[in-house]
Design a protein around this ligand. Structure first.
Ligand SMILES: [Zn+2]
Length: 287
């Protein structure tokens, strides 16, 4: 196996609490039958986490890796977009970003910088890494990790906002509800549409970066980050693993096999450095 043959990778994501606003898609209507109480702990239902927040989180990690190499990253927003605060865009350009697409020399064919290459942009050009949504379910033995699924519980969090006036006796002024997923553990499936070793190199370094910086506000995932949601332990699952080995990673009753340990050693000593070197080469080329 040569490094360029890696097409599908899985990133393990573990978090106690994830809030992605109103964009969690749940299948609660199947269980409700008209009697659904969304704060009843007996209602253990699954759903889907869309790819948008996951993609933004990963992209930000990748941008930071590029910046740590002393390069600028592609800005995620169009330069000609009608930003409410134009000075924010300009400020970003002074602190580690170049204008989106400024890295493309000619409009036909050039790939631009590695971030633009991966995430796509102009003229409906698709990004070369496909980011999938993650389906989650509370029923562990129905989770198919090889299809990029996760174990997790949907929860609706209710908060009462109360009056601070003593004469109101803490009467609730209003009630707010948050969609959340608790006890989340699963595999995020990413596929490279085009296989370039530097893509894998950047993914390796970004996942390491995001794991190390997981408690930093800027690198938490989703919403309610001030309240500790979105602190994600993440880890690139060894791409050398076969399907049954990938499943074993999530099996609390079983440890890794000798074969898996050998593959881990191979990955770290033989494969990983090749991908990192490819990334360094591409960044040294100036893109
Ligand atoms: Zn760029």
């Amino acid at each position: 196996m040569t490094p360029v043959e890696i097409r599908d990778v899985y990133v393990r994501l573990e978090t106690d609490l994830l809030v992605v606003g109103d964009s969690i898609v749940t299948d609660r209507h199947h269980a409700s039958n008209g009697n659904y109480e969304d704060d009843d702990p007996q209602n253990q239902i699954g759903g889907i986490i869309p790819a948008f927040p996951l993609s933004g989180w990963l992209r930000h990690g990748m941008e930071r890796v590029v910046q740590e190499y002393g390069r600028t990253a592609c800005h995620p927003g169009e330069a000609n977009a009608n930003f409410r605060m134009a000075d924010v865009y300009d400020r970003d350009l002074e602190s580690g970003y170049h204008e989106k697409g400024a890295c493309v020399d000619d409009s036909n064919g050039d790939d631009g910088c590695v971030i633009l290459d991966l995430f796509g942009g102009f003229h409906n050009r698709p990004g070369k890494v496909m980011r999938r949504p993650i389906r989650f379910t509370p029923v562990r033995n129905s989770v198919d990790y090889t299809r990029g699924q996760a174990e997790g519980h949907y929860r609706r969090l209710n908060r009462n906002v109360v009056s601070r006036n003593p004469e109101d006796g803490r009467d609730p002024l209003r009630n707010t509800e948050l969609d959340a997923v608790a006890n989340f553990d699963g595999a995020w499936h990413l596929s490279f549409r085009e296989r370039k070793p530097e893509f894998v190199g950047l993914l390796i370094e970004a996942v390491d970066f995001l794991d190390t910086h997981r408690t930093e506000f800027m690198h938490q995932l989703g919403g309610a980050r001030n309240f500790g949601a979105g602190i994600v332990d993440c880890d690139l699952i060894n791409p050398l693993y076969e399907e049954r080995e990938l499943k074993r990673v999530f099996d609390r009753a079983k440890g890794s096999t000798n074969a898996m340990d050998e593959k881990d050693e191979q990955w770290i000593e033989t494969y990983r450095p090749v991908f990192i070197e490819a990334l360094e080469d591409r960044i040294a080329e100036g893109s």
